[in-house]
Design a protein. Structure first.
Length: 364
């Protein structure tokens, strides 16, 4: 009788253990499904309602509906800070969709997918990736990554600096070089990303690079563009010093600046808006990285694109991506509020679409 009772207790204990294990598995599955990033890992995306007509030489670019099969999760878990990254990127894309729907910002947030935009997008067919170039946010390094992935060089260290931006030798085709049908296919199926930065800090970086340091291989910024801006926008005509940041701000904030832009041609890509460069309300991007968080965003982008085992983003020097509030305030300290407000009005779409707050010195 005692033996029978002991066996009965053992069976009850065994059943209880199985029940605990089963409940643990159910709970784990629930947690996995709850915290999976719907925008990055195959869930159906909420349709984006647009009022603009998107044309590529009379070809409509269809809206992306689902992630293709090759971008489904591999089962490998994120480690360290990466475990929090999917939520960050989901929130960025959700903000982008909401601002794109804001009718009041339509003129500042929508841009046709023109040849100008397609010229900014570089293609890696081997790994189904599109990268939209937004100057002054570390794009040279991303181009090196794609050059290696396309097979032109076996490692980033082997790429000569003069080759990176030579599009006849670096093995990076632009999306504009394909037929209409091939463009549509790539826009629908490929992993698409670009990088943004605080718009005003980006303009400071562009000003310093093109007009202060002025690389020898780009003399037209100092000898052609700067004199054109000075003639049109410098208040004190007796001054003979080179282009000042105040002149640059007055030029960029002028609602009628485009007549001068046409004379400058493609050189102005270094300070046109992200909207004009990449058409983020018309093209459904997979990830939008931020320069300020590039240490986390770069490995996330590589992993989300499924190429983290093939290439690494080059080492980022300490502190280079940190937003320098003091520098921004110093550059704008001697500029009139009127000129700053006009500049902000032009770049407001970039501030709102990507979650950058209005500068404090505009609120005081």
């Amino acid at each position: 009788w005692l033996t029978s009772e002991n066996m009965h207790h053992q069976w009850l204990l065994l059943a209880a253990c199985f029940w605990v294990i089963f409940m643990f598995m159910v709970a784990s599955k629930f947690i996995t499904l709850t915290f999976k990033d719907p925008d990055g890992y195959g869930a159906k995306q909420e349709p984006l309602i647009l009022t603009a007509v998107t044309k590529v030489d009379d070809v409509h670019v269809p809206e992306e509906k689902h992630w293709p099969e090759e971008f489904q999760p591999t089962g490998k878990a994120f480690s360290g800070n990466l475990i929090h990254q999917p939520l960050v990127h989901m929130e960025r894309l959700e903000l982008l969709r909401n601002v794109c729907r804001d009718a009041a910002l339509r003129d500042l947030s929508h841009a046709a997918v023109s040849k100008f935009v397609l010229d900014r997008i570089f293609v890696c067919d081997k790994h189904k990736i599109l990268f939209c170039q937004t100057p002054k946010v570390g794009n040279t390094q991303w181009k090196k990554v794609l050059i290696v992935l396309n097979g032109a060089f076996s490692s980033i260290e082997e790429i000569p600096e003069n080759i990176v931006h030579d599009h006849e030798k670096n093995g990076l085709p632009r999306l504009s070089s394909f037929s209409d049908s091939e463009i549509k296919k790539r826009l629908n199926l490929y992993f698409k990303f670009f990088i943004v930065r605080d718009p005003f800090e980006r303009l400071i970086s562009a000003f310093k690079d093109k007009f202060v340091h002025n690389p020898r291989f780009e003399p037209w910024y100092r000898h052609e563009i700067a004199p054109g801006i000075i003639r049109k926008y410098r208040k004190n005509r007796t001054e003979t010093k080179g282009l000042q940041f105040e002149d640059f701000v007055r030029y960029l904030g002028d609602p009628n600046h485009r007549w001068l832009d046409v004379q400058f041609g493609d050189h102005i890509i270094h300070w046109v808006t992200y909207v004009e460069l990449c058409a983020p309300c018309e093209i459904t991007y997979s990830v939008i990285g931020h320069h300020e968080t590039l240490e986390d965003d770069a490995p996330y982008i590589l992993k989300a694109a499924g190429i983290d085992h093939l290439v690494s983003y080059p080492t980022i020097p300490p502190g280079i991506t940190v937003y320098n509030r003091t520098k921004v305030e110093r550059y704008f300290s001697g500029i009139s509020k009127r000129d700053i407000r006009r500049l902000y009005a032009r770049f407001e779409g970039d501030f709102k679409l990507f979650g950058y707050p209005e500068p404090d010195f505009l609120l005081n």
